[in-house]
Design a protein around this ligand. Structure first.
Ligand code: KIV
Length: 268
């Protein structure tokens, strides 16, 4: 591939599918080597999601993820992918007030060298206005917002009732008005996702929300099936890395255990 042409917020803002633009492609990434690979591929955006709490750190929910966790993983990814527009999640509890949100967001933005941060929910429009005013681009996130799993009462599809629909539309417009340059819609009904996508001037990026958004995002561990459990219904894995790792480790064990009789194949 020729030198990757890095996106910026001005280019991302224009990526509206119903205006004939190509959909945005985003994947989560949590480590240096995968980031190096992605930096040489045509993927538009990396998300260092706080889903790293579930798939890398083994936490039960993303509520346990700390600012330091996000700094460590965000900085590692950015070292591997300097040419890819990278968004890092601001973790639970670090933006409970405007002042703490400003302080923590600036620290995360500076220490990771990310190009943008992502915040969950619509209750933080004042903070989003302040962040964009100081020069930190913000991606919004509505629908299923895992940092509020206890408040929302579990993981399920949003926008199924008229009142939920009205609320989500109001929230999406408020986030755009506050200055978000794009918006993740997680587990929102496909019909409502399409409506919101056509209503907003900023691009929407869907996960489990149908194929009428302006882009798609998946957790890379689900796409490649890196773990033992079944990925969510909306994600069809393209590989089985868990099985490949098992086979590789078993090959190594066979090799080590047999090395008294034969020359080693895996290592010399
Ligand atoms: O943390 C994450 O990976 C996310 C995506 C699921 C959108 O927020």
């Amino acid at each position: 591939m020729t030198e990757k042409r890095k996106l910026d917020t001005r280019k991302i803002r224009k990526r509206k599918v119903h205006k004939g633009e190509k959909p945005l492609s985003m994947l989560t990434c949590y480590d240096f080597q995968t980031a190096q690979l992605i930096d040489n591929l045509d993927l538009d955006l990396i998300l260092v999601g706080d889903s790293l709490g579930n798939v890398v750190l083994g936490y039960e929910t993303t509520v346990e993820v700390t600012l330091n966790d996000m700094i460590t993983f965000g900085a590692a990814v950015k070292r591997g992918a300097p040419q890819t527009f990278t968004v890092v999640d601001l973790p639970f509890g670090t933006y409970a007030s405007v002042e703490s949100g400003l302080k923590n967001a600036i620290e995360l933005f500076q220490k990771t060298k990310a190009e943008a941060l992502k915040l969950e929910g619509a209750a933080f429009t004042e903070l989003i206005e302040r962040l964009t005013a100081v020069g930190i681009p913000v991606m919004g996130h509505l629908g299923l917002t895992p940092q509020s799993v206890h408040q929302q009462g579990g993981y399920y599809t949003h926008g199924k009732t008229t009142s939920e629909e009205d609320q989500l539309i109001k929230d999406a417009i408020a986030l755009q008005k506050a200055g978000c340059f794009s918006l993740v819609l997680e587990c929102v009904t496909p019909e409502l996702s399409q409506r919101i996508s056509e209503m907003l001037s900023i691009p929407t990026i869907g996960i489990g929300s149908g194929n009428k958004t302006d882009g798609q995002v998946l957790v890379i561990n689900d796409l490649l099936k890196m773990g033992p459990e079944r990925p969510p219904q909306f994600c069809k894995p393209v590989a089985d890395f868990y099985e490949l790792k098992r086979q590789g480790i078993e090959l190594y064990l066979k090799d080590v255990n047999g090395q008294r009789n034969e020359p080693s194949q895996v290592s010399q």
